[in-house]
Design a protein around this ligand. Structure first.
Ligand SMILES: CC(C)(COP(=O)(O)OP(=O)(O)OC[C@H]1O[C@@H](n2cnc3c(N)ncnc32)[C@H](O)[C@@H]1OP(=O)(O)O)[C@@H](O)C(=O)NCCC(=O)NCCS
Length: 182
């Protein structure tokens, strides 16, 4: 199985809108999914106007999922949220958010493989990143378990604003360190 990452393009936005409209994604990725909303939220990234990257994940060449990747210092409010839970965070640490697009691909153990591949590619593409951090709302057990299966471990828990207002604020922060040779 091969995993690749490439920048999201405008031609990918209809597919992304379909993924975001899936109730099982919408529950956790609480984004609007009309064409206008997707253009508003992802168009600036496509045009290179955002510090973070919106990446399409390809599994054996086919679109499989979306990953948002940023250096923690790219978004000061995210850095502050991590530091409230963890204390000082390395300025070159990278943070991810992600989804598996198709319902048939979820719940089969593929998400952890995607997260492992994305983390390895990130360590290659970002040689100064000492670790990857992800904050997950505690109720999203499937997501933090997928991270654990991809070699992450919970390094802190605390309150942060949930994406979906139905959730309680408790989040887990998970971290995977670069191993020697990675
Ligand atoms: C989160 C996500 C990437 C996980 O990938 P996945 O391929 O579905 O994960 P897996 O099939 O490996 O399942 C991971 C764990 O969750 C469990 N799980 C699967 N479906 C579940 C469900 N509906 N509810 C609770 N746990 C579930 C699995 O049993 C496994 O745990 P285990 O190893 O203890 O048995 C994927 O489900 C997804 O994209 N979800 C929607 C968007 C989302 O939540 N993004 C993350 C935002 S932080």
């Amino acid at each position: 199985m091969t995993w690749e990452l490439r920048r999201l393009t405008r031609a990918d936005l209809p597919l992304l809108a379909c993924w975001l409209a899936d109730p099982d994604v919408h529950r956790w990725w609480f984004h609007a999914f009309t064409p206008e909303a997707v253009e508003r939220d992802f168009g600036p990234g496509v045009d290179g106007l955002e510090p973070g990257e919106d990446l399409l994940v390809l599994q054996d060449g086919r679109p499989f999922g979306l990953v948002q990747r940023a250096v923690v210092t790219d978004y000061p409010e995210d850095l502050a949220a991590f530091e409230r839970i963890l204390g000082p965070v390395h300025p070159a640490a990278v943070t991810l958010d992600y989804l598996v697009g198709s319902a048939e691909d979820r719940g089969r153990g593929l998400g952890p493989q995607m997260l492992d591949a994305v983390t390895r590619l990130t360590f290659t593409e970002r040689p100064d990143a000492p670790y990857v951090l992800v904050a997950v709302v505690a109720a999203n057990r499937r997501s933090w378990r997928a991270l654990e299966k991809a070699g992450f471990r919970i390094v802190g828990s605390g309150d942060a604003e949930p994406d979906n207002p139905v959730d309680l604020p408790l989040h887990h922060v998970l971290r995977r360190d670069r191993l020697p040779g990675e």
